[in-house]
Design a protein around this ligand. Structure first.
Ligand SMILES: Cc1ncc(COP(=O)(O)O)c(C=O)c1O
Length: 407
């Protein structure tokens, strides 16, 4: 495959012009949309209008007149389409960590008598930290499972199996349907962390019969730094689910101002305080780019990008780097991770050349292929830059050894 071949693949595919819908700097190869998604065109205008017109002129009246009160629900509808859920089963707000806390606590209420939650130790750290906090708070057990076989840790004491759909470090993808089934056979709930899959591939929580899920708004959903997260509650759990931060915005009638708490119907009860209107506005506007996207086509494009990257790395670098991510397309998400002792320096040297990936300790260089805006030509250019960095030993330069706060 040469660059012309990559360009031909882009010209033939359905996503060739979609990059134009993002405000990406010219010439930049942005392979970090699995950390922070790019800025979709139109978001800045929407935010500007929300600030100057809705807030500036409408002031308090905008809660009614500009639809601020309904905004989380509208955004929930957009997110729901991407994860196979209706708007009433999705709540948008908080961060992934906070929503995971709420749902893990709620799991024990939904499975009374069960005292264990199962997580895998290579999960994103916040999931483990939150689970440890829940274990302490509720005096329940956090059981670590074998990442290769989470189902082996299930038994009649397990209330919830909480897994990350796509591993943040390796890019490996769990079989959501099979593991959900296994959890149910053990009488447990399943809670999926969808941070690295929502917006990058089709996810159908209804079809796999999932119980609970969380995900973030700032990666493949492009909602901006610190964008609101989302939580999912299957309809069969709506009535019984109780979450621990019972604030007024999760009340059935916030402005009834009653003394007693009555949860709102559906996933809306996951809300606690006042929604972050500006952040929700940005996410709402960002999600418009998905309006006419066929998620199966998006996944095909993603597999083609990650597959080409792996093929080119194999062909041009051989064993000078290790491919950590599964080679079989159905077993990986939309990123490829490479292992190298100097992975940090490699990432810094690539960034200096305009190819943005990131580093995860101790030795992984991650490249995310956000399929809405990454092209096959980007893939070719990234591998070309990688070859030049390694050939020129640019990654060994002392300036690339200086660790930034965010890696
Ligand atoms: C799998 C996963 N879960 C959770 C988070 C972070 O969650 P929060 O939105 O609370 O920062 C990340 C962040 O990268 C993640 O990759």
């Amino acid at each position: 495959m040469d660059r012309a071949g990559a360009l031909a693949l882009d010209a033939a595919g359905p996503f060739r012009s979609r990059r134009d819908r993002f405000l990406l700097p010219d010439g930049l190869v942005y392979l970090d949309g699995n950390s922070l998604g790019a800025l979709p065109r139109g978001v800045d205008e929407r935010l500007h209008a929300a600030i100057t017109q809705e807030w500036g002129h409408g002031l308090i009246g905008s809660w009614n007149d500009a639809g601020w009160m309904d905004l989380p629900r509208r955004v929930a509808g957009r997110v729901g389409r991407l994860v196979g859920a209706d708007a009433g089963s999705v709540h948008v707000g908080d961060s992934t960590s906070v929503l995971l806390f709420k749902l893990l606590v709620a799991s024990f209420g939904l499975r009374p008598g069960r005292r264990v939650m199962v997580l895998e130790p290579t999960t994103f750290p916040t999931d483990g930290y939150v689970a440890a906090g829940v274990a302490e708070l509720l005096d329940v057990e956090l059981r670590w499972c074998d990442p290769a076989d989470p189902a082996a840790s299930l038994d009649e004491d397990v209330a919830v199996l909480a897994l990350t759909h796509v591993d943040f470090r390796s890019g490996a993808l769990y079989d959501m349907a099979a593991l959900t089934r296994a959890a149910h056979e053990a009488g447990a709930l399943v809670c999926w962390d969808l941070c690295h899959s929502t917006g990058a591939m089709p996810v159908d929580l209804t079809a796999v019969d999932a119980d609970l899920a969380v995900g973030c708004g700032y990666k493949y959903l492009n909602g901006g730094p610190g964008a609101p997260a989302f939580g999912y509650v299957a309809p069969r759990h709506h009535a019984a689910l109780r979450q621990p931060i019972t604030g007024w915005m999760g009340h059935a009638q916030p402005f009834a101002m009653t003394l007693d708490y009555e949860p709102a119907p559906g996933a809306a009860r996951l809300a606690s305080g006042t929604p972050s209107v500006l952040a929700q506005t940005a996410l709402d506007a960002a999600l418009e780019v998905f309006d006419d996207v066929d998620l199966a086509e998006l996944r095909a494009h993603s597999e083609s990008l990650t597959g080409l990257f792996i093929d080119l790395v194999d062909a041009r670098l051989g064993d000078r780097v290790g491919v950590v991510t599964p080679r079989e397309p159905r077993l990986r998400g939309s990123q490829v991770s490479l292992r190298h002792d100097d992975a940090y320096g490699i990432v810094q040297a690539l960034i200096a050349r305009g190819v943005v990936g990131d580093f995860r300790t101790p030795d992984v260089a991650r490249f995310g292929f956000a399929p809405l805006y990454v092209t096959h030509a980007d893939v070719f250019d990234a591998v070309q830059a990688l070859v030049e960095v390694l050939d020129g030993e640019e990654h060994l330069r002392p300036e690339y050894a200086v660790r930034n706060a965010v890696t």
